[in-house]
Write a protein that binds this ligand. Structure first.
Ligand code: ATP
Ligand code: MG
Ligand code: MG
Length: 354
């Protein structure tokens, strides 16, 4: 079988490779800074673990391959401006917004969007980086270096944050994982739980929204849609044309996880309507060192990315799946010595287990 090249060699690339191994598929994550000449064959396949990339020797080689799946879609979703335009064009709900232009003023933002407005860099933001709050009460102005490079969004007073991960095949067939409930602290994902009975009534709506986007883009592979839940409504926060952190629990909790389904899709193999095993929870490891004592916690699975630990940096995650809520609670108890803000994340998980 042909090889599958992944643009990017971070944790997502590593987990794509890991998921493809039992299938006997040769997945090769590529460090975008490599100067090597990649031995690309005509019938190889190219995918990406990130939606945006600089032009380097490596990315130029990959992007010129005829089998780079979704190549023309990436720039459209990597730029928040064109991403929002797609959402609007398809008549899907999203936070009200406008493009921050050279002549935009904070006053326009307050008049159009209200007294609290979140500016987001059009490109490159992640984990809440690339955000800037405009607050009318504090008289915040738009910094010059944000003009032309950002969108402005209404502050949404949401009930909670949820996401859905879907996969679409070359023939248009689609499958979705159950909605995931997510906790972000300071713009960064700390914990997820799925499935939840109380989110089931929103599942069909979420699938229809993400399905419409994937169809319109003729997208192949895994895509994630992050939403704000306000009562029975879902407002799209953002889209990620790749495997997604809020789908990491599927490694423990689904018969076929998001990484394998992405590989299956880009390789043109049959997709799996994943069987959900039990309730799953995921805890991101952010700026904390690995603690192998975690392995003594019954049912806990560790993914350590072997990255240098830095404050605010995602360096791993923990998964657990069980039909026994007592066991999940025991795991949370085993993690109770983690530093702040894990106290908040763990008690949030505990209160959402059902
Ligand atoms: P990610 O790591 O998920 O890619 P990101 O940096 O691309 O994050 P967003 O997902 O747009 O950024 O925002 C990060 C978080 O900031 C959201 O999960 C949410 O908690 C908060 N946030 C984003 N937009 C709004 C908004 N319009 N109103 C209120 N809070 C918001
Ligand atoms: Mg994002
Ligand atoms: Mg996000």
């Amino acid at each position: 079988m042909s090889r599958i090249w992944v643009l990017g060699a971070g944790q997502l690339g590593a987990m794509l490779k890991q998921a493809a191994t039992p299938l006997g598929l040769d997945v090769r994550p590529v460090d975008i800074e490599t100067k090597e000449v990649l031995p690309l064959h005509e019938d190889d396949i190219v995918t990406a673990e990130r939606e945006d990339w600089p032009e380097t020797e490596a990315t130029k080689q990959l992007a010129s391959h005829k089998n780079f799946v979704n190549l023309s879609t990436f720039p459209q979703l990597a730029d928040r401006l064109t991403q929002k335009q797609w959402i609007d064009k398809l008549d899907l709900a999203t936070a009200p917004w406008f493009a921050v232009e050279d002549d935009s003023t904070a006053q326009k933002a307050y008049d159009q969007l209200g007294e609290r407005v979140l500016m987001k860099r059009r490109r490159g933001g992640y984990d809440g980086k690339g955000q800037y709050w405009l607050k009318q009460a504090e008289g915040t102005e738009i910094p010059e270096d944000w003009k032309g490079l950002a969108i402005a969004e209404q502050a949404i007073n949401f009930d909670e944050e949820v996401s859905v991960v879907g996969v679409r095949g070359k023939n248009g067939e689609k499958y979705f994982y159950p909605l995931t409930l997510n906790l972000h602290i300071n713009g960064i994902l700390y914990a997820s739980v799925s499935p939840l009975d109380r989110l089931k009534p929103l599942q069909a709506k979420a699938e229809a929204m993400l399905g419409k986007l994937m169809d319109a883009l003729d997208y192949v592979g895994v895509m994630a849609m992050e939403c704000f839940r306000i009562g029975d409504d879902l407002l799209i926060n953002e889209l990620a044309p790749r495997v997604h952190n809020s789908g990491h629990w599927t490694q423990a909790g689904a018969s076929v996880n998001q990484f394998e389904n992405h590989i299956r899709a880009v390789a043109g193999l049959p997709l799996a309507p994943a069987e959900i095993k039990n309730q799953s929870m995921m805890v991101n490891l952010i700026g904390v060192d690995v603690d192998y004592n975690w392995l003594a916690s019954k049912g806990l699975e560790l993914y350590w990315y072997k990255k240098e630990v830095r404050r605010g940096r995602k360096v791993g995650h923990l998964n657990a799946c069980s039909g026994d809520i007592g066991q999940l609670k025991a795991i949370l108890n085993d993690l109770s010595n983690m530093p702040a803000p894990y106290d908040e994340a763990l008690s949030w998980l505990e209160s959402n287990l059902s």
